[in-house]
Structures are given as C-alpha cells and as structure tokens.
Ligand binder design. Structure first.
Ligand code: SAH
Ligand code: F3S
Length: 482
C-alpha cells in the first residue's frame, strides 16, 4: 500500500503466521492511513505474545479489533457501521466475542465510545498498545478497559512488527509518530500527539532484517517524515534544550535516508509523507546521490492559494512551493510528484480554486489524493472558521480537481511510452495471471508478460502503451540492481 489513504485496502482484515500453542483468535481490521496499517502489525505482534492467532472469520473470533481513522467524518461513519455489523454478529453467532476500538477515533472520543457504542469493551489510543495485555486482563474479568494516554517517547522501536497480508517484497517502516504542525483543518495532532522520532539504529536494524527475509523495498513512514530528528530521544520541539554533543551528532531526515541507502544498497527506499515547510534541499540531494532511493515524492499542498494556505496554517507560500518543485525538477528531472488537495476550505473563493488548478498545472503531478473539506471537531478551523462553502460547491470544485489530475496523470503515463524503465515485480496483475505487476521508481504501476521472471526481481521493461493508470510493456532483461 503506497498511498496515503488506499481505498482498496480500507477495512482489510489482517492475517499472519499462526503461532503454535496460541489458543485465542483475533480478528483485526484497519481503516485510514498507512500508519494505521503499520500500527496494526505492531498490535498483532504484541497480541501474538498473549496467546492470540489471527483469523479472517469474525464469527469465530474471541477478540475483534478495529483500527480507526478520524481524518474526515466519512471515515468515522464507516467505522460506526462496522461496529453495528459486529453487534449483529455478536448477537446472532458469537456471544463471547469482545470488541476493541484502536487508533484515532479511540483517542478522539475516549470514554464517550463506551457510552455511545454499547458493544465496545476496550478503547486504546495510538500510544497505548503496549498496555494491551493489562487492558485485556480487565476485559477478561468483565470490566470495560480504556487507555488513551498520549506519550512523549513511545515509538514502538523495540517491537518487531509481524508483517500482515504481506507480499513479502514491500514493507513499511515507521520513523516518526505524531505531528506538531497544527494545520487548522487536521485532527491528527490531537489524535496522535506530539511528534517524536525513532532511534535510527532500530530503523536500520528493521531494514536489515527485512532484507534478510527477502524484502526489496521499504517505505519510511511518518505524518511528516522531513521533520525527522533524532538526538538521543525526546520531542522534536525540545531539540533547543539538547546538549552540544547531542546537537552535533543529531540525525535528520536526509542523513537517515543516506544511512538506509548505504546500509542496503540493493534495497529500494521510498518515504511518505513529506511536508513542504520542512522539506530541505539536502533531501533532494540525497535522493539524487543514491540510485536506490526512488524518484518519487508525495508532497501534499492542500491548496494553491496563498490566502487559503495561510488560513490552513501551512507555513509556506505558493512561490516557496514552486521553488521546491523547481529544485526537484533540476536535480531529479523525472521525479514523480504527488499531492493531497482539499476543496472548499472555509472562505475559499472561485479565484482561490483557480489558483489550485493553476498550481496543479505548473507541478504536473503524477498522482493525487483529493478530498472535500470535512470539518473536524476540536480543530482550529472548527473553532475559528465557519464551514461556509456549500456541499454542492465543494463537490463541484473537487470534481474539477479530480478531472485535472486525471489529465495530468495521463500525460505523465504517456511520457513514459517508448522508454525502458526499471520495475520491481510485486504480484500478478489483477487483470491477467499471465502478467506481472510492479512499480517504477517514479511509483507508476507497470504490467508485462511474466516470462521466467519472479516476484521480487528488478526488471527493465520497455513501455509500449498505457492506460490512464497503468504502463503496459515487455521485459527486456534484469536491471543492474538485480
Ligand atoms: N501528514 C499526513 C497527512 C494526514 S491526513 C500524512 O502522512 O499523510 C491526509 C490528508 O487528508 C491530508 O493531507 C489532507 O489532504 C486530508 N485531510 C486532512 N484533514 C482533512 C479534513 N478535515 N477535510 C478534508 N481532508 C482532510
Ligand atoms: Fe495533519 Fe498537517 Fe500534520 S495535515 S498530520 S497537521 S502536517
């Protein structure tokens, strides 16, 4: 899963290797961003030590966990519907099952969940997963259990996540937790707490371990990876108070990328998500220096209008964003760049919207994740601004943004026809079992006849044609990375 919010993965239930002797059955499903899916792997790892094996059949589960997302109202409504579904199953088929809510909704709603949703036995926020064994003991004794304490230190760096539903080739490794940015529309700083970075040594160890298990690509994950800063532990915002030696030996994101690329020179590295205000030229230079760092940057902008960027508390202007784009294009000419965009933020005018469209044309994004503004309780925008753009206008502007992105994506696809590109084979193509599917360094999906190639091979593929979302080609040999 590469995207910020991968619609096809929403609600996926997770299954992992069965540990002998484990008697209890866990059904765990996840909604929202890649970080939630990655967190579910940590939860499954913790519970595997508590006698739980995973199952994909809710009817036989002793414990049902749902890892939830609060980013938009719709995400929360989806989870509410799932809870209704669990309730029906509990009443009709499986009276012994216990239900727990994890993640951002747990954090946002806290004990209210236990009052509102009678089916819920357990509420656990994103920093409290290590407390699950104690909380489950409470539940086993018939009491509701809750821990939504946010931490200044927790990075789960010492937990080796089990890989759930993995293709065995690509994996996520989380490097930061929380976010300090306070974009006015965003609930994440409230649900995931203050920003902290994970010890680089534990990141490199996880990367090395993945390589030894046959993985070929790692995506470094965080709400804002460019803000990564390790100086021996502690919050990003306390860096000022660090000692001179801590400051001198600190590891920032460019350095971390470099360390990863050097530690495993044949492994591909990606990262997500970047934030323009923290993105530095060092990162682009490090990407340009290492062939195994993919030429792809997910660089959300949210709006093309300076006035709206300011109201969103995005701490950069349209011009500054263009400077970053120009630097990327200069140092990495073919770099894939993708966006997140919000239509209909409070006070957005037609002119602001046109600024968004013109910014998109300037950047020529290869992909985008686009949303209508959804007011979130407790955010600065909710407290200070009226949600004044009618739903129909939000939807119409969103449709225009989506259509333009489709055209831009198609242009990027077409510009690859005739080229030979390196593809890492991930799986069989959805459309044909006779073809492999994988991604280029720029994160474009490519399919081609299987011949004798295998999953995990790096193959040079000549691109002969394309659709709006897929490059179609034929292999011309292994790439030099193989
Ligand atoms: N830094 C994060 C961004 C989290 S939210 C990351 O790692 O992905 C993902 C995207 O959801 C944001 O970039 C934004 O475009 C969108 N989003 C966040 N809050 C929103 C809201 N209140 N309404 C609509 N879209 C929102
Ligand atoms: Fe949200 Fe802005 Fe952080 S979008 S996750 S507050 S960078």
């Amino acid at each position: 899963m590469e995207k910020t919010i991968d619609e096809s993965k929403q609600g996926e239930s997770l299954i992992l290797e069965q540990k002998e002797g484990n008697k209890r059955k866990l059904f765990i499903e996840s909604y929202g961003c890649a970080m939630n899916f990655s967190d579910s792997e940590i939860v499954a790892s913790i519970l595997s030590e508590q006698g739980f094996n995973t199952t994909q059949t809710i009817e036989e589960a002793d414990l049902v966990l749902v890892n939830t997302c609060s980013i938009r109202d719709k995400a929360e409504q989806t989870v509410r519907k799932r809870l209704e579904k669990y309730n029906t199953i509990k009443n009709n088929h499986n009276p012994k099952m216990k239900v727990g809510v994890l993640g951002c909704m747990a954090e946002r709603l806290k004990s209210k969940f236990l009052e509102e949703e009678k089916i819920v036995d357990l509420v656990v926020g994103p920093d409290a997963y290590k407390d699950l064994p104690n909380l489950l003991a409470e539940v086993d004794e018939g009491r509701d259990a809750i821990n939504v304490i946010l931490s200044k230190e927790e990075t789960y760096g010492d937990i080796s996540p089990v890989r759930l539903n993995s293709n065995g080739i690509t994996a996520f490794v989380s490097i930061t937790r929380g976010c300090d940015n306070m974009c006015t529309f965003c609930v994440v700083p409230f649900t995931r707490g203050r920003e902290r970075s994970r010890d680089p040594q534990s990141i490199i160890e996880e990367v090395n371990d993945l390589w030894s298990k046959g993985y070929k690509e790692v995506t470094l994950l965080g709400q804002n990876v460019d803000s990564y800063l390790w100086y021996g532990g502690g919050l990003k915002k306390d860096f000022d108070k660090a000692s001179d030696i801590q400051k001198a030996t600190a590891v920032d994101f460019a350095k971390l990328l470099d360390m990863c690329a050097v530690a495993q020179p044949k492994m591909r590295f990606r990262f997500s998500t970047s934030n323009p205000q923290d993105f530095t030229i060092d990162v682009i230079e490090t990407m340009a220096k290492h062939k195994n760092i993919c030429n792809y940057i997910h660089l959300p902008v949210q709006s093309g209008s300076d006035r709206i960027l300011k109201a969103m508390n995005r701490l950069h202007t349209r011009e500054e964003y263009f400077e970053i784009i120009d630097n990327i294009r200069r140092l990495i000419p073919d770099c894939g760049i993708s966006q997140d965009m919000i239509s209909g933020f409070p006070t957005e005018t037609e002119e602001d919207h046109q600024d968004t469209l013109s910014l998109m044309r300037y950047v020529k994004y290869s992909y985008g994740y686009m949303f209508a503004y959804s007011e979130r309780p407790g955010t600065l925008a909710e407290r200070k601004l009226e949600d004044d753009i009618p739903e129909a206008i939000k939807k119409r502007r969103l449709a225009e943004i989506v259509q333009l992105q489709r055209d831009l994506s198609e242009e990027v696809m077409k510009s690859n026809v005739g080229k030979v590109v390196e593809v890492l084979i991930e799986k069989s193509s959805k459309k044909s079992d006779a073809e492999w599917s994988g991604r280029t360094s720029e994160n474009l999906v490519a399919v081609f006849p299987k011949e004798n190639y295998k999953e995990g091979d790096f193959v040079n593929v000549k691109i002969n044609s394309c659709t709006s979302a897929t490059l179609i080609g034929e292999a011309v040999g292994y790439s030099e990375n193989n």
